[in-house]
Every structure is written in C-alpha cells, then in structure tokens.
Design a protein around this ligand. Structure first.
Ligand code: SF4
Ligand code: SF4
Length: 371
C-alpha cells in the first residue's frame, strides 16, 4: 500500500483570501500587472494606451530578454498572480515566448484581451498551457456600435468568432463591461449576452484620461445619476436598513494620505517601457526597471507612496465621501492640474452613490447647492 500522503486542499476563494490578507499585513507583493505592449489592432475611443500605439512609443518597449528577466525576478519575489495586458497582448510579436516562460515559472496567469484575435491555433496553444483566466472587454453587442467604438470595421464579427471558439474550447474566461453614455441603453442587452455564456455581468463605470493627458475619453462618461441608478439596479433595489447602517459607517473623516486605497501594499504595475508603479493610473511615482532592480524599486516605490500626503487646504483632505469616490491623484492632475485637487465629476458621483447607499441627504463635498 502506498504511504503517499494527499496534499491538503482548500477552495480557491479561501486560498486567495488568506494569501492576500497575509500579503497586505506584511507588505508582500503577490500580484503583478505587466503591460507587454502598446500595440493593438483596435482603437477604442476610451482607451488610455491608444495614443502610444505608434512606432515611436513601441520602439521604447521592453525587449524579450528584459521581460523574461523581470518575470524571473517576480518569481523570485514570490509573486503568484501575473496579469499580462496591453494594448492587445496577442499583438506582441514574441507573445508566446513570454507566455510560455511565465507559464513555466508557475504563475497564475490572467490575460486581458479584446477577444478579436482568437483562432483555432491560438486556442489550441492555450488549451495545452491554460491560463488561470482570460478577461475580455464587452462594451457592446450591436455590430455598428461596437465597430464605431473600436474604430475598426469587422471587429465585432471577430469578437463574436473569438467568443464562440472560447466557449467550445472550455477555457476559463470572463466578460467585463464599461458603462458609458453611448452604451447606456444597451446595458440590459449586454447583460443578457454575458449571462448567455454562463458568466455573471460585471460592470464598471470609471473612465481615465489618456496616458498623454488627452481628456477626450472622458466625454463618454455616464451622468452621475446614471452611475447611481446602475448601482441600484445591480444591487437589486433599495438597500436594507442594515446595508444603510453599514454604508453610514463609511462616512468618515479620512487619513491625510494622498493614496488611501490599497496602492503600495501587495500589487505592482509595470508599463510597456519598464516603469514600475502601483497601478495603471498611478503616475505620481515611478521607477525605471532599466535602472533599478525589481526588489529595490518596489521598496522605494512603496515607501514613496506611503509618504505622499495632502498638504494643501483642499476638500479631498477632509472629505467624508472618500469611500464612495473614484478619484485617482494622477487623473486629478491631468484633469484639474493638481493631484490634490477634487475632480468635480467624481464628487458628483460619490455624492450620488453615498446618498443612495445611506438613504440620507448629504452635503456636496464642494458645497454645490442643489437649487
Ligand atoms: S482593445 Fe483595449 S488596448 Fe485595444 S484600443 Fe481597445 S481598450 Fe485599448
Ligand atoms: S468626493 Fe470630491 S472632494 Fe471627496 S475625495 Fe472625492 S474628489 Fe475629493
């Protein structure tokens, strides 16, 4: 009889929760997002990397040997979840070398893709070395709207073909939707479409300026009341008394830190030029991994992020709505000229969300009158 002992097992959710809790407590990095390229076959109207999808910026991207060295460094540091993103990852000319290298190093791999470049050959390679998950953007299920938004005729048909290939290949994938003013009326149809693949409908509403500071992407924002209404629909109706009580507890005077989110705890972002940050839209502190080792750059970056404070007498410094607010300092700098500045749109959204969640009438953080 074999004396081999079985490895203990646990549900994935519990495994992930335990690792992330421990990592946050100990400032240990477990998650990395690696932007492989600015290349993309589409030109979505809200895309923050699209202005860099040209030969001048692509020439600055990390080489294959720089990327594989970084992947090795991440493995040495104990990073477990690795998100490969772009641009469009399948447009990187050495994508499979990168993917297979990361796969062999044992990461739980998450691919972000627009879903238009799947072929039988691509799907077969992924089946042989499956990723942990594939996340695909789904902002429209109407052919003319989809192609208008991506600015590439035929992109919707390619997207549908890709999804059908994935459906039959039994690869793990999820669909994610960005609610915008042009697809607002379409959201129920998108939800039905997503659910027809057995997926939960996943909706976000925040839009970012483009990486070159161009604000045109923000013209697609939903109105603040639409954001709040969508939240209500997703919650399945008005909050219970207990939910209102819990939401009211979130109305607190904040810490004076500039970054009050989880930035600088367990996650890193590396852009296509090898600059280390804490997330895609954090450009207040970056360290080039062409100059610093990954370990050294993380230490410097996390120390810097933790030390950034509100120094000016601005509403965000004392705002009780910050738990309901999407403001990111770099976006505030691009949109309003100052990372400490409030972003009026974010204030309107935060107020609408907070009033909905608490079922109370609250003061506007900028003192805006309702009359
Ligand atoms: S598919 Fe993604 S990377 Fe490509 S243009 Fe659209 S948002 Fe940008
Ligand atoms: S709601 Fe406005 S004032 Fe408050 S944190 Fe957000 S941007 Fe700043």
């Amino acid at each position: 009889m074999s004396d081999a002992r079985k490895l203990p097992t646990m549900a994935y959710g519990e495994f992930s929760r335990r690792i992330h809790t421990h990592a946050t407590d100990t400032n240990h990095v477990t998650n990395a997002q690696l932007e492989l390229t600015y290349r993309c076959n589409l030109h979505c109207r809200h895309c923050y990397t699209d202005p860099y999808n040209n030969k001048d910026w692509i020439a600055q991207e990390l080489s294959l040997s720089e990327i594989t060295r970084l992947i090795d460094d991440m493995a040495e540091l104990g990073i477990l979840w690795l998100n490969l993103t772009g641009g469009e990852v399948f447009q990187h000319p050495r994508f499979w070398d990168i993917y297979e290298h990361a796969y062999r190093r044992g990461f739980l791999l998450q691919l972000y893709t627009n879903g238009t470049l799947f072929t039988e050959a691509v799907v077969a390679r992924l089946q042989a070395q499956p990723p942990f998950t594939i996340d695909i953007s789904c902002h429209s299920v109407d052919e003319s709207s989809f192609d208008w938004f991506t600015q590439v005729p035929g992109s919707f048909r390619a997207f549908r073909r890709g999804l059908e290939l994935l459906r039959t290949a039994d690869l793990p994938f999820t669909l994610k939707t960005k609610g915008m003013n042009w697809n607002r009326q379409e959201l129920p149809a998108i939800k039905d479409f997503v659910e027809s693949f057995g997926q939960p409908f996943s909706l976000t509403t925040a839009l970012s300026p483009r990486l070159d500071g161009d604000l045109s992407s923000l013209s697609h924002r939903l109105t603040p009341s639409d954001v709040a209404m969508l939240q209500l629909e997703l919650m399945g109706g008005a909050p219970s008394d207990e939910e209102c009580r819990m939401a009211t507890e979130l109305l607190q005077r904040p810490l004076d830190r500039l970054y009050r989110c989880g930035c600088g705890t367990n996650t890193i972002h590396i852009n296509a030029r090898g600059e280390l940050g804490t997330c895609t839209m954090q450009y207040e502190c970056r360290y080039s991994l062409r100059t610093y080792s990954l370990h050294n750059a993380i230490e410097r970056l996390f120390t810097d992020i933790a030390s950034l404070r509100y120094h000016q007498d601005v509403p965000c410094g004392t705002c009780e709505l910050q738990s309901f607010c999407d403001k990111k300092p770099t976006e505030a700098r691009w949109e309003c000229g100052n990372p400490e500045s409030p972003v009026p749109y974010n204030c309107d959204v935060a107020l609408a969300r907070a009033e909905l969640a608490t079922q109370q009438t609250l003061l506007h953080p900028l003192g805006v009158s309702r009359d």
